[in-house]
Design a protein around this ligand. Sequence first.
Ligand code: SF4
Length: 705
Amino acid sequence: MTSCTAVKTTCPYCGVGCGVEATRLPDGAIRIAGDSGHPANLGKLCVKGSALGDTLGPEKRLLQPQVRVDGTLQRASWDAALDKVAGGLRAIIDAHGPDAVALYVSGQLLTEDYYVANKFMKGYVGSANIDTNSRLCMSSAVAGHKRAFGEDIVPGCYEDLELADMVVLVGSNTAWCHPILFQRIARIKESRPEMKLVVIDPRRTATCELADVHLPVKPGTDVWLFNGLLCYLAQEGVIDDAFVTQHSAGLDAALAAAHVDCSDPLQVAKICKVDAHALLAFYQAFAATRKVVTAFSQGVNQSSSGTDKVNSIINCHLATGRIGQPGMGPFSLTGQPNAMGGREVGGLANMLAAHLELDNPLHRDTVQTFWDSPRMAHKPGLKAVDLFHAIEAGKVKAVWIIATNPLVSMPDADQVRRALAKCELVVVSDISAESDTNAHADVLLPALGWGEKDGTVTNSERRISRQRAFLPAPGEARADWDVLCEVATRMGYAGFDFTSPQAIFDEHARLSTFRNVGEQARLFNLAGLDKLDAAQYDALAPQQWPQGRARLFGDGRFAHADGRARFVPTPPRAPRNAPDAEYPLILNTGRVRDQWHTMTRTGKAAKLSGHVAEAFIDLHPQDALLYSVREGELARISSAWGAMVARVVHGGGIARGQVFVPIHWSDANASDARVGAVVNPVVDPVSGEPEFKHTPVRIEQFRVH
Ligand code: SF4
């Protein structure tokens, strides 16, 4: 690596996946700039991405392995730490079986790390108890895609948002959470003001400032709204009969389910608590506009009916044949930098590598033969919320947590604390010395961070980009794939003699080219990337799979065995826990513009704290009056699961009966501000994604006793 030579890499924050040029200057400082050659951002970076250089110092880094001895974490050699992990896992597997151990990983991992972790658990330990924090942000989209398309496929690309004549953003504060993508939409809106932007969100967010229409739906009513749209499209004769007949199945059943409550827009408006004229105008505009993209994010996914919400959106696109063509289609915006890459290697407890299915014997055999592995997981493992409950119940006795901070980010986070306190062996791999979860570790393993590690990530539009190292490893930190291989080898497993991320990517890409395993014609395929030598891998330019295709399904062929897409009936369901006299308000959670997750990185950049300096509780001024809390003062919100404290603000975007709290603050960077402790642990029955957007709470003045 030469000083003052820009290294092309990828931003480690949101799923937009912007290209970054990082230059090490002679004085040691790092200059960060947008990569003008990267198709996702064409040289632009948002505030978070621009501040990456301020997050790279050694402060607060975990630099040496530590092992708990007599109740205290003490510095240890890598050898001792790895032996402790391998020996501990082996002893528990021997005594209690493979399902007594688990990995809980992260959308922050590179695809190569993810691949090795999955191979280790599913092909060698023989358990599918490996889940990821991506479960918390997009697993409903995965499940919705699989139900509708037969495979977890995002059909379109970012350019579609620019080609569309109407963009509908559902449950997405795109302006703050996917800022560069929002800037792309804003530029088009400026040059083509007739392009319609509709925002469907209970809150009036920054995204609404650009919108032609904001529909502030009652939290949890999205399915009613899109079922109503499906009915309207049928009533107005806007169904694309040719597409539906030739390329889909199940419209009648979906319409029958939608008709139960949603055939009358006035009734739908009442249920969704939106203005009836505005709703009808939206339905009319959707019906009249062929080029529509409906992009959705956590506001849709993080729900006890998240998968149905996704399918209710997809149903409307299938009904009008608006999919896989320029400027149209449903579009899932992923939260994390490599949630998509994780999906490609089977990073969820119910998936297998290369978009193959864990519950399909032929798929299992194919992967086992390819891996030449001694045993295979033969049933889905525990999803995130169930996993931590199984730990508390003593069924899972060892957990290895990599690159995530579940003590803050999980719902019912106090339950996670109880679970880890009871767990026989807790291993934590992280870059941060101050992650809240570290306190429960028996073994702490220092990991490489952004700028130090090499591999690939995949963004929301299926584009694989390289993350490249431009900094040396700090202290004794090591790559996660390397540490996983070391532990696997010490446990006696062959197949982990990888010497580089390139060798891992090569194996991953070769596995993906097993086409037509059984009856399913998979679209995920890295043909063309399966024979890269080290130099080609190093030089790999950003590209979409499969084989550079920007859009899929344009030919009307889907991944179900019969080639047809499926309409999914989505009878509407209210959120599982309704407000009541004891907990009369609805808690909604989300991100602020300039922080990322639990702030272990963005918290190091002083300028990022200028936007929002501390945790807050945003509520309507009349609710503040009603519950005797005052703007600027501390208040406590509590639910049936836990409580937190933060300052009251009136942001102006909250309707009566709701409160909004950001997800970033924790006991490590504030006090009693973990909103995860308050969030209900209810999950979607199909995807297992938690309901982060709808927890009944009460609010009261906070008094220090
Ligand atoms: Fe990074 Fe997302 Fe900002 Fe792009 S939009 S610079 S990927 S945080």
